[in-house]
Ligand binder design. Structure first.
Ligand code: ZN
Length: 393
């Protein structure tokens, strides 16, 4: 049985211990010590990491009443010295207590039960089995932060089951070790938990909801606590400052500015559409009237893909029998579009289109009535279009 030093002193960072056993497995070493400060994975809290005699601890597991340290190398001595990655442990304790405070408030204010909690990196998530109203989440967040400001001490209790049943936010699992370990925050929470937590709510610093979503008929809520919440707000600040600078406004104005820009873009697109049509419609009519054998061939200089697509649409809509062999040239290359109206089943543009793509070193594809792609070789375009035109006669 491993003596669990992490329950005796939550703030101890180093310890001496004796190696009880050491087993090699797939190049890693599974070590059991007579006592340890390394908290194993459990109850949603990831394990501690660190070093034992300078050898990296990569995982810590609980098996029965023993704690197994998975090490990257072999321990040479019987008496060893362990050192925790303290930053990680402290942040995990902040996150875990923050979760208790928030889950406690959801329960106290709205009777909501947390079915599951998990700490992953900088994120804490909790699952509630029923849908939770948005305002309930933020009421609990506000109350949780007030509990943080009060700096309430955390009490660890081992009461009888009658008291647990009467007071606990949730009951321990049937197979829980007796007596049940209770984490109590007076006026906030009373819950069975085997985890390690900071010793008072003030050390959580801050609890911030970052998002929530529907999850299996209930609600999953994401929050950040302590150092993780601070890091998140700091990166948010950097991004907001950039947006403020680009939009020339304070953060309160960002949303309105974006809505304005979106509406301007919509108007400009509509205007562009109209302008294009005004310029391209006469061209389309002219090309159709001059077409021999119902074949329109045209190359637009300094034109975008959109220009070519527009012209294509105008031509094929105006005359369903016409086959359009169009291209647009600009600094990026040559955009080629071959096709006819969707209803014109007599034509398959793909074989001719493929040959043009090969000739101009391009890539593209499509259907029998509409194929498009980009190429690079301007010089080869004209003769390639000659060949294509011949194939449709
Ligand atoms: Zn807990």
């Amino acid at each position: 049985m491993t003596e669990k030093l992490y329950y005796e002193d939550l703030y101890a960072r180093e310890f001496d211990a004796e190696v009880v056993s050491q087993l090699e497995r797939d190049g890693k070493f599974h070590v059991i010590l007579d006592k340890t400060l390394f908290f194993p994975s459990g109850g949603g809290q990831p394990c501690d990491l660190g070093e034992i005699d300078g050898v990296e601890v990569i995982e810590v597991l609980e098996s029965g009443d023993e704690i197994i340290h998975v090490l990257s190398g072999e321990l040479k001595n019987k008496n060893v010295h362990g050192v925790l990655n303290w930053e990680r442990r402290f942040e995990l304790m902040q996150q875990h207590l923050g979760e208790h405070v928030f889950a406690g408030m959801l329960y106290n204010l709205h009777g909501l039960h947390t079915a599951r909690m998990r700490i992953e990196g900088d994120n804490v998530s909790i699952d509630i089995d029923t849908p939770v109203k948005e305002n309930f989440i933020f009421e609990a967040e506000a109350a949780a932060n007030e509990a943080v400001w009060k700096d309430i001490p955390v009490e660890i209790l081992y009461p009888g089951m009658d008291e647990v049943k009467a007071l606990a936010r949730k009951l321990p699992p049937e197979n829980a070790v007796q007596p049940v370990r209770i984490v109590k925050i007076a006026g906030v929470d009373y819950v069975p938990c085997c985890g390690v937590h900071v010793s008072s709510t003030g050390q959580v610093g801050l609890i911030k909801i970052t998002s929530f979503e529907n999850h299996k008929g209930g609600t999953r809520i994401y929050l950040k606590c302590g150092a993780a919440a601070y890091r998140w707000l700091s990166s948010l600040y950097v991004e907001v400052r950039k947006a403020e600078s680009e939009l020339v406004c304070g953060y309160e104005g960002i949303n309105e500015k974006i809505l304005n820009l979106k509406s301007q873009i919509k108007d400009l697109k509509a205007l562009n559409e109209k302008t294009l049509e005004r310029f391209l419609k006469p061209l389309a009519e002219d090309l159709i009237s001059k077409a021999e054998n119902k074949i329109v061939r045209h190359v637009m200089k300094n034109s975008s893909q959109d220009d070519v697509k527009h012209l294509f649409k105008l031509i094929t809509e105006a005359d369903g029998e016409v086959t359009a062999l169009l291209a647009g040239e600009n600094s990026e290359g040559v955009f080629v579009m071959f096709g006819t109206s969707r209803e014109n089943k007599k034509i398959d543009v793909r074989p001719a289109f493929k040959k043009v793509m090969e000739a101009i070193g391009g890539k593209g594809g499509g259907s029998s009535f509409s194929s498009q792609g980009w190429g690079k070789d301007f010089q080869a375009l004209d003769s390639a279009l000659d060949e294509a035109e011949k194939s449709f006669r």
